[in-house]
Ligand binder design. Sequence first.
Ligand SMILES: CC(=O)N[C@H]1[C@@H](OP(=O)(O)OP(=O)(O)OC[C@H]2O[C@@H](n3ccc(=O)[nH]c3=O)[C@H](O)[C@@H]2O)O[C@H](CO)[C@@H](O)[C@@H]1O
Length: 405
Amino acid sequence: MAAGETTKPGIVIAGGGTGGHVFPALAIAAAASELAEVEVTFVGTAKGLESRITLPPGHRLELLDVQPIKGGGVLRAARGTGVAAVATVRAVSLLRRLRPRVVLSVGGYASGPVALAAGMLGIPLAIFEPNAAMGLANKVAAPFAQRAYLALVESEGGLPKIPPTVRASSVRILGVPLRKGFHGAPYRASSSARVLVLGGSQGAAPLNERVPEAMGRLLKDFPQLEIVHQSGRDRELLVRNAYEREKVGCATVVPFIDDVAEAIAGADLVIARAGAGTVAEISAIGRAAILIPFPFAADDHQAKNAAVLAGTGGCLAIRQEAADATRLAAEVARLLRDDATRTRMAEAARSFGRPDSARLVAEDLLRLGRWHVEANAPPAPKVVTNGVARTTNGTGNYRRIPETH
Ligand SMILES: CC(=O)N[C@H]1[C@@H](OP(=O)(O)OP(=O)(O)OC[C@H]2O[C@@H](n3ccc(=O)[nH]c3=O)[C@H](O)[C@@H]2O)O[C@H](CO)[C@@H](O)[C@@H]1O
C-alpha cells in the first residue's frame, strides 16, 4: 500500500499545540472511532504537544511548519503570514493525498492552513472552538465551515454571542469534548478540606507562588487540610520548597496529573486557571472552584471562559492581579467553612457541564462526512449559555432567534 493510502474513509483533525487543543481532538477521534470505521489523521506541528504524545493505535500524525502570527509585532506577523501561505500550499497537497471525507480544525497553529486548504478543495469543513473568544485560525476558517462546534459561549441580552465570521446555520453548541472518565460525580460535603490546584497543561507560575503562602495561613483553622498541587513540568521542586517554607506538610506536589477526573472528583474545592478544558472538566464532574484566568490569553479568553461558568454560579472568578495570597486564603477559608455554598456551586457547575460532548461532536462530524451514524440516544437539546437555553429541534442545533429592535 502506498504511503498515505488508506483502507478506511478518513477524517483529518488539524491543530494542536497545548493540552487545551490536543485533548479535545483525541476525545473526538476516540468517539468517532467507536461510532464508525474511520481513519484519523492529525495534522500538527513539531513543537506542539501532539508530537510528544503516543497516539492511539490506528491514528497518524502529519506535521506542518507553521509559526505564530499574532502577538509579536509587524515582523513576526509578516513572517508568520509567509510561513502560513507556504503551509497552506503543503496542506492542499496533503489533503489531496489523504482524501478525507471531512476536516476538523481544532485551533492552534496547524489548523488555519489545513482549514483553508479544505475550503479551497471543497472538502466539508468543521471548526471546533473551546474558548469563549474564538482564536485567529478558527475566525479565518469560519466562513468556509459547514459546522462551528462552540463550547463556552458568552451571552449578550440572553442570546449566545456568535463571532461575526461564523455562519449562524453552522453553529452547534456542544461543550468541550473530554477524554473518558469525566462524568458527573455528585458532591457530598463532609469534614474533609481537600484542595486541588490545577495550573493547566503547562502549570501556572503565579499559582505556584501564591497558593503555598495562602495555604500556610489556613493551617491553624483547617487542621484537616489536604492539598494536591499540579505544578507544571520542572517546577515541582520549587513548589515543594514553597510549601516547606510555609510549614505546610499536607501538600502533595506533582508536575502533571494523569487522572485529572479522579483528582477533581476527590476535591472539595478546586483552584485553577480557566483554560477551556479545565473549565469543562470541573463542570463535567461538578465541583466548586476558584478560577484565576491567565491574564495574557488572546482576547482575554480565559477571563471570558471563567465568566461563563461564574454566570451559572459554578465558580468564583478572580483576576490574577487581585488574587494575592491574602485574598486567596480568605476565599478558600470562606468556601471551606460553607458546605451549603460549596455544594450549590458544585451542582451549578455540574448542571452546566457536558460530559457527552465528544460523542455529540463525533456523531455530527461523521454525518457531515457522509457516514451513516445511528444516534444511540438523542443528543441533549440544551444550549447552555449563562444558564439561558435557546434550543431548537432536539438535535442540539442552535437557531439564531431574530433580534428585536
Ligand atoms: C496559557 C494558554 O494559552 N493556555 C490555553 C491552553 O491551555 P491549556 O493547554 O492549559 O488548556 P486547558 O485548561 O484547556 O486544558 C488542559 C488540559 O490538560 C489536562 N491536564 C492538565 C494538567 C494536568 O496535570 N494533567 C492534565 O491532564 C487537563 O485535564 C485538560 O484536559 O488551551 C486552552 C484551550 O484552548 C485555552 O483556554 C488556554 O488559555
